[in-house]
Design a protein around this ligand. Structure first.
Ligand SMILES: Cc1cc2nc3c(=O)[nH]c(=O)nc-3n(C[C@H](O)[C@H](O)[C@H](O)COP(=O)(O)O)c2cc1C
Length: 146
């Protein structure tokens, strides 16, 4: 059964050593490899404080991926915002798209009822997914310059 799961967590990449950009590129590379194999698509939004991730795929594959992600010390305090059956994929073209949440996303956040500074604890999984879809329409960036 196709399932969509949305979670948020605290970004601990800064503390992990090696810097945030390097850490994100490593996560992206691992995600693309595993997610393609497992038929997982989705998006990862982040800023210096938070991650928000949308995972979509077969329920067992989403669960197995989440179990691995939960054990990762590059983030903490993972909270599932939403998990339910889905009819179609929102991110059919992305094994894992990346977008940085920046101050200048304010107008886009406002369209989805999200305040100027995104605090994932205050929004629904649907709102988070809608922000991610909107950002994907602008082209999620796949690479970070060091
Ligand atoms: C915020 C965050 C998001 C992640 N997203 C994914 C993902 O979508 N797919 C994935 O396979 N691993 C993801 N990872 C990495 C996993 O936690 C884990 O490190 C990796 O799957 C282990 O792969 P390996 O055993 O091949 O090294 C993510 C990690 C973090 C911190």
């Amino acid at each position: 059964m196709l399932t969509r799961l949305v979670y948020h967590s605290e970004n601990h990449l800064g503390a992990a050593g090696g810097g945030m950009i390097k850490g994100l590129n490593q996560i992206l590379a691992t995600s693309e490899r595993h997610n393609e194999e497992a038929g997982i698509t989705g998006a990862l939004l982040f800023d210096t404080l938070w991650f928000i991730q949308v995972l979509e795929g077969e329920r067992e594959a989403v669960s197995a991926t989440l179990r691995r992600i939960m054990a990762d010390e590059r983030h903490a305090e993972l909270v599932v915002m939403d998990c339910r059956p889905a009819e179609t994929r929102l991110f059919a073209n992305w094994w894992m798209g990346f977008a940085m949440l920046r101050g200048d996303n304010g107008a886009l956040f406002a369209r989805h009822g999200v305040g100027p500074k995104l605090d994932p604890r205050t929004i629904s999984g649907d709102q988070a997914a809608a922000v991610a879809v909107d950002l994907a329409g602008k082209g999620l960036s796949r690479e970070f310059a060091a």
